[in-house]
Design a protein. Structure first.
Length: 314
């Protein structure tokens, strides 16, 4: 099979042996795979894939058809449309995935859209609802809302009845984020004036954290997912105590199978039906064929995009 491959911190196209599904696993013919920030870090040698995943083939999410079933795999049948968050190896023509990590692809989604769903929507849903308990009527602030996780979070917040405010640095993208369901889209420099917020989703990093605490409502919650702008912040613990605030962080990729399976089942019950009703959509900024995977990474790094960059294999 052909796969995007990391060589000397660059992405090249190489041939690899076809994978074979083991017990409880499924061989997937990959049709599309999203590009994520973690892929860029892995390419630079800064974020190793978890044990058992490809170190040289990036790709944290994929969508495709079931090609073969390993021993004991019964959730799906050959030909089914499936998608999943994976530890690595998604940007290839074929991949092996445990059946419990797989989710069915909603009928309304194209392959490019499906390839951009698993990582960002699972990440946003897990943090907003499983960890932070976002509820109807609460005020949600999403930082960095034009990216993949940000566009997912804005829509999920709107769908649950939260009042969503979003920060977007690129002025040309603010109207598009508002169309996704944000009640207000503002420059990041002024978010402190728009509070207080019950829940803050931090996708940018350390520079926002002091202001996040100041803008937080009593008993508010801050969920940290992205730290691209910096990992170390100074927090006023007096505010944490006085506001009875919760600050938590999350990564999805290195979790054990049980936790990934639980997140996938929650997605199936609470999120996937909303694509077919039109309540959710997948903004795809650009697509690239597999043999132009390196260009997909360049497009991701260039910024100025709304939603996902997706590699399509066929």
């Amino acid at each position: 099979m052909r796969a995007a491959t990391i060589r000397d911190e660059q992405i090249v196209l190489e041939d690899h042996p076809d994978p074979s599904p083991g017990k409880g696993e499924v061989l997937v013919e990959v049709h599309a795979a999203g590009v994520n920030g973690a892929d860029l870090l892995q390419r630079k040698g800064l974020y190793r894939a978890p044990p058992g995943s490809h170190q040289d083939i990036p790709g944290l999410e994929l969508a495709g058809t079931v090609a073969a079933l390993g021993p004991g795999a019964t959730r799906f049948k050959e030909g089914d449309r499936v998608m999943a968050v994976v530890g690595g190896g998604g940007q290839a023509e074929r991949a092996v995935v445990h059946e419990r990590q797989l989710m069915p692809v909603p009928e309304s989604l194209s392959w490019a859209e499906a390839g951009g769903v698993p990582e960002v929507f699972t990440t946003a849903h897990d943090m907003l609802f499983t960890q932070l308990g976002l509820g109807p009527g609460e005020r949600l602030l999403v930082h960095g809302a034009a990216g993949g996780v940000g566009t997912a979070a804005v829509q999920l917040g709107r769908a649950t009845g939260a009042r969503v405010t979003a920060t977007v640095r690129n002025e040309s993208l603010r109207d598009a984020v508002e169309e996704l369901g944000a009640g207000g889209v503002i420059p990041p420099e002024v978010f402190g004036e728009a509070g207080p917020f019950d829940v803050i989703l931090e996708l940018v990093g350390a520079p926002n954290m002091p202001g996040n605490l100041t803008a937080l409502e009593n008993r508010g919650r801050i969920g940290v997912i992205g730290i691209g702008a910096g990992a170390k912040a100074e927090l006023n613990l007096g505010l944490v105590l006085g506001k009875r605030a919760t600050v938590c962080g999350s990564t999805l990729r290195p979790r054990p199978l049980e936790e990934k399976a639980d997140a996938a089942r929650r997605m199936e019950r609470q999120v996937l039906p909303l694509f077919d009703t039109g309540a959710l959509r997948v903004p795809v900024a650009d697509t690239f064929p597999l043999d132009r995977a390196a260009e997909a990474y360049e497009r991701f790094e260039a910024g100025g995009k709304l939603g996902k960059i997706v590699i399509v294999t066929r």
